[in-house]
Ligand binder design. Structure first.
Ligand code: ADP
Length: 449
């Protein structure tokens, strides 16, 4: 096929030759007349095809593309090819979109795409069902107009989505959903809703099982422990050569009792769904009493061994109080302090056995921290310390009366108080366990009032 420019050039050249020839055999006037008439005809033919093109653009279909003539044949040919490609791409795009929709709807989780002002742009059928949405009617509406749960709204606007949010299913109040938001590029968000009902049921069963087993074991253990104590206290009841075994039995029943108590505490905290008490806690008084208990605990540990004592210091901001559950927070703080004592060997050397309990304000957050000069923890263990029964050194934990559940209890208490535990440690030098409480829980006492 000839190039359009070449065609046009040939046409003009042929017309010019014809006109020159006419000029030679006839006159300049005849040649000019012929030249002008042909040009006018040519112009009309262009206007005709241009009109056809405009007409076609109003209803562009593959079948109706005009065939054209001359230069316009090439133009319509190119248009035909372009339209065919376009149609093919459209078909491919539609089938890709259909595949995407099928796949997205096959995902058991609900998926919602939110726009820059949290308006619903798209969602799957599961999201419609779990969150009570209807894409046909709710498209472009802000999601907070449709899901009015205050926790959900606060979570969405917080812009901090590291932890998922638990939410009640909109159509079934017995069912629980887990909501996770993932920020996407261009200020969009992907909201994922997951039905956690079954997992929750299994979790409740697990918790109930542990609580029941612990309850059932507590009574026989108390009886066994009581008899052992009575026998040990009775003069002549235990022959001298068996006294050692009795001591061991008492020690082990004591350990089992502590594990059971910790398991019961853990399951009680785990199954508490309501918010913790929000009373203002006199932190100075609480920390003083924790320091006193710590000194007693340290002395108790050294009862049978002659060692230097721990130096337990307290540095507390007397004008700083906290809102929360006194009982739960006492348990969390005591756990950290007793760990510091248990994992800090003492000697008369400088800085040995130093434990510093501090309470202060930092960037609007209240911080409770326990710093020790103990054995320290290798970096690789730090993330796992709050797992149940995770212990770096099993024998040391046992020796000092540990159950492996202390930090797990701390973690759950902190979750209930929206607080975070930060651990830093250097092996052989010491550790620092800091709890950071959010601004909402901080109470600054008015000085001089
Ligand atoms: P345990 O009853 O064994 O102390 P925890 O849950 O309280 O259980 O602590 C888990 C583990 O974390 C401990 O076994 C110990 O290895 C480590 N750990 C906790 N606190 C300290 C600390 N202050 N210094 C060194 N290691 C610690």
């Amino acid at each position: 096929m000839l190039d359009i420019r070449l065609k046009a050039g040939l046409l003009v050249a042929a017309l010019s030759i014809i006109c020159v020839f006419l000029w030679l055999i006839s006159s300049a006037m005849t040649a000019l007349l012929v030249f002008t008439s042909i040009l006018i005809l040519y112009l009309f033919s262009h206007i005709f095809w241009l009109h056809k093109l405009l007409f076609w653009f109003k209803k562009p279909t593959l079948k109706e593309i005009p065939e054209g003539s001359g230069i316009w044949e090439d133009v319509f040919d190119a248009l035909l090819k372009y339209e065919r490609n376009n149609n093919l791409n459209q078909i491919k795009l539609n089938s890709a979109l259909e595949r995407f929709n099928l796949t997205a709807n096959a995902v058991p989780d609900g998926l919602v795409i939110l726009g820059n002002v949290n308006q619903i742009e798209w969602c799957t059928a599961n999201a419609e069902n779990q969150l009570g949405l209807n894409l046909d009617t709710d498209k472009n509406l802000p999601i907070v107009n449709l899901i009015r749960d205050s926790h959900f709204i606060a979570y969405l606007y917080s812009e901090v989505y590291t932890e998922p949010l638990k939410l009640k299913h909109c159509r079934n109040s017995d069912a629980t959903l887990e909501i996770q938001v993932i920020p996407l590029a261009s200020k969009q968000k992907l909201l994922i809703s997951r039905d956690m009902t079954q997992l929750e049921k299994v979790d409740v069963m697990r918790r109930d099982f542990i609580a029941n087993v612990s309850h059932e074991l507590r009574t026989p253990l108390t009886v066994v422990g009581g008899f052992l104590e009575t026998l040990t206290d009775m003069d002549g009841a235990v022959p001298d050569n068996l006294k050692n075994y009795f001591g061991l039995m008492q020690e082990q029943t004591g350990r089992m009792r502590r594990i059971i108590e910790d398991l019961l505490t853990l399951s009680t905290i785990e199954s508490s769904t309501g918010n913790p008490n929000n009373n203002e806690i006199d932190m100075h008084g609480l920390l003083k009493s924790i320091q006193k208990d710590a000194i007693n605990f340290s002395q108790g540990l050294h009862q049978n061994v002659k060692r230097a004592k721990h130096h337990i210091r307290l540095e507390a901001d007397a004008n700083l109080n906290l809102r929360g559950s006194l009982e739960e927070l006492r348990s969390a703080f005591t756990n950290l302090v007793s760990n510091a004592i248990r994992y800090t060997p003492t000697s008369d050397a400088n800085n040995s056995g130093e434990i510093l309990i501090s309470w202060y304000l930092q960037d609007d957050q209240a911080v409770f921290s326990v710093r020790d000069t103990g054995i320290g923890i290798e970096e690789k263990h730090i993330d796992r310390l709050t797992e149940r029964f995770y212990r770096v050194d099993r024998s040391r934990s046992r020796e000092t009366g540990g159950t492996g559940l202390g930090l797990s209890i701390v973690k759950h208490i902190l979750i209930r108080h929206q607080a975070k535990l930060e651990i830093t440690s250097i092996l052989g030098t010491g550790s620092a366990f800091s709890i950071k409480f959010p601004k909402a829980r901080v109470v600054k006492k008015q000085v001089g009032v």
